[in-house]
Design a protein around this ligand. Structure first.
Ligand code: NAD
Length: 245
């Protein structure tokens, strides 16, 4: 296969698991993260060793419209096509509403939400010319149901669900599908920050009685990027072990 997948925020966590899985499925991989240090601290590049798979890394801040334009241009120039875009980069800056700073609100919206506009616009232009493509956005159960202490995060992820539907409607007739996944509690550096009390409270609500693994998100993303999902678009699939039903 000579198809290329670009995964934002893929130095670690769920993004790295998606990159590994798509490499195993035969995609060439364009990794992205905010800094060189993100890659130095993680071993994702060494892990992507599937035979015949090409892997390059690109440093870009996905909240920057200009950096995303440059990123899309470079990946297209290096690989020839961009067949899959996974908008995965994201942050949390949790705090109860009355204590949340304006900066923490704005940072989360910029990085989790505006990045999806930036990347979908610039990579979408490449896919429109190709008349094919798959876009998968990382939403969250917080964006569907709300979560105390996450006014900023739940707003950003709720918007990602709406943006997924809009992009699906705009791009569908050109052979491009746009879907989202909404993970629950997945074991990554992002959730390592939670207190034991927060983890225990979350665990009680999960029907399957355990947290999810990044690979369990990656396998659903891989399905949405595969030929098996050719008639699925505008959907948000929950991956939460039955957190909400
Ligand atoms: P993580 O913090 O482990 O990884 C996120 C990656 O994004 C990091 O490598 C980080 O450096 C990168 N990043 C941050 N800002 C960036 C920017 N401006 N430009 C480029 N890269 C940037 O997080 P994770 O748990 O792997 O989460 C991945 C995605 O899944 C996020 O969008 C997150 O909101 C979503 N999600 C995670 C969970 C969970 O339980 N872990 C649940 C629901 C949704």
């Amino acid at each position: 296969m000579s198809k290329t997948a670009l995964i934002t925020g893929s130095a670690r966590g769920i993004g790295a698991a998606i990159a590994l899985r798509l490499a195993k499925d035969g995609f060439n991989i364009a990794l992205n993260d905010i800094s060189e240090k993100s890659f130095e601290d993680n071993d994702i590049i060494e892990k992507i060793t599937a035979p015949g798979v090409r892997c390059e890394k690109y440093i870009a801040d996905v909240s920057s419209h200009d950096e995303c334009a440059e990123l899309a241009k470079k990946v297209k120039a290096d690989f020839g096509t961009i067949d899959v875009l996974v908008n995965n980069a994201g942050i949390t800056r949790d705090g109860l509403l009355l204590r949340m700073s304006e900066e923490n609100y704005d940072d989360v919206i910029r990085i989790n939400q505006k990045s999806v506009f930036n990347m979908t616009k610039h990579v979408g232009a490449v896919m429109l010319r190709q008349k094919s493509g798959r876009i998968v956005n990382l939403a969250s159960v917080a964006g569907l149901y709300g979560n105390p202490g996450q006014m900023n995060y739940s707003a950003s992820k709720g918007a990602v669900v709406a943006m997924t539907k809009t992009a699906a409607k705009e791009l569908g007739s050109r052979g491009i599908t746009v879907n989202a996944v909404a993970p629950g509690f997945i074991k990554t550096p992002m959730t390592d920050k939670l207190t034991e009390e927060q983890r225990a409270a979350m665990l009680k609500q999960i029907a399957m009685g355990r947290y999810g693994e990044p690979e369990e998100v990656a396998s659903v993303v891989a399905f949405l990027c595969s030929d098996s999902a050719s008639y699925v678009t505008g959907q948000t699939i929950e991956i939460s072990g039955g957190l909400m039903m």
